[in-house]
Design a binder for this molecule. Structure first.
Ligand SMILES: O=C(O)c1ccccc1NCC(=O)[C@H](O)[C@H](O)COP(=O)(O)O
Length: 215
């Protein structure tokens, strides 16, 4: 199976275009004003306008109000919503859009129960738990906390980069990987070289896995 690649936290159209041309499946835009990667609606529109067809645009929120989410949906061509806060399943599904639920994983996090609660999500995005932060921390978590069989597609996130993503994909077999800090040269500034290395690493490990007997 193809491991999908989402790169998150773009603030500049030129970086998003490079990501798309390198083969990223999805790009993430952060609509959370406490993030250094926060984009305005005008910035988001410019980034989206720079993309070629068939690259999904994911809008991220952290405990946003219904009005904030609706305002973004009304003004930007968003394909998928991603919720990083304490949003209830009812809130997440109420926009009638595909959504991802992000979960900050620490010992004791019951991913099976969360997958059942958010059963209509397009995937569960597992990120590192860092006190006081909701995402984009560049920190990894203990991947053994992920149960082998989850009832939702797993999007592995949290501290991935061009060096550890090979090991991550081989160990966890996620449906997709998500990265932000690990392909940056500065907060919100994506490095073409790091994005290229990251995507190449995912594609290489995937080829290796598909060569194994029984695959
Ligand atoms: O990127 C942010 O600044 C951010 C802030 C608050 C909530 C979510 C945020 N990013 C969400 C993402 O999908 C990131 O890609 C994910 O958290 C992984 O980030 P990183 O560990 O930096 O790769």
């Amino acid at each position: 199976m193809t491991v999908r690649i989402k790169i998150c936290g773009f603030t500049r159209p030129e970086d998003a275009l490079v990501a798309a041309n390198l083969g990223a499946d999805a790009i993430g835009l952060v609509f959370y004003d406490k993030s250094p990667r926060h984009v305005t609606i005008a910035q988001a529109q410019a980034i989206i306008a720079a993309l070629p067809p068939f690259v999904s645009v994911v809008a991220l929120f952290v405990n946003a109000s219904r009005e904030e989410v609706e305002q973004v949906l009304a003004q930007c061509a968003i394909d998928v919503l991603q919720f990083h806060g304490e949003e209830s399943p009812a809130f997440c599904r109420s926009f009638q859009r595909p959504y991802l639920k992000a979960v900050r994983v620490q010992p004791g996090t019951d991913l099976q129960t969360l997958a059942a609660q958010y059963h209509d999500a397009r995937g569960l995005l597992t990120d590192a738990f860092v006190e006081g932060a909701h995402g984009g921390t560049g920190k990894t978590f203990d991947w053994t906390l992920i149960p082998p069989q989850l009832s939702l597609p797993l999007i592995l996130s949290g501290g991935l980069d061009e060096h550890n993503v090979v090991d991550a994909v081989a160990r966890v077999s996620p449906a997709a990987v998500d990265v932000s800090s690990g392909v940056e040269s500065g907060k919100g500034i994506k490095s073409p070289q790091r994005m290229a290395s990251f995507i190449a690493a995912v594609r290489a490990v995937q080829k290796d896995i598909s060569k194994k007997p029984g695959f």
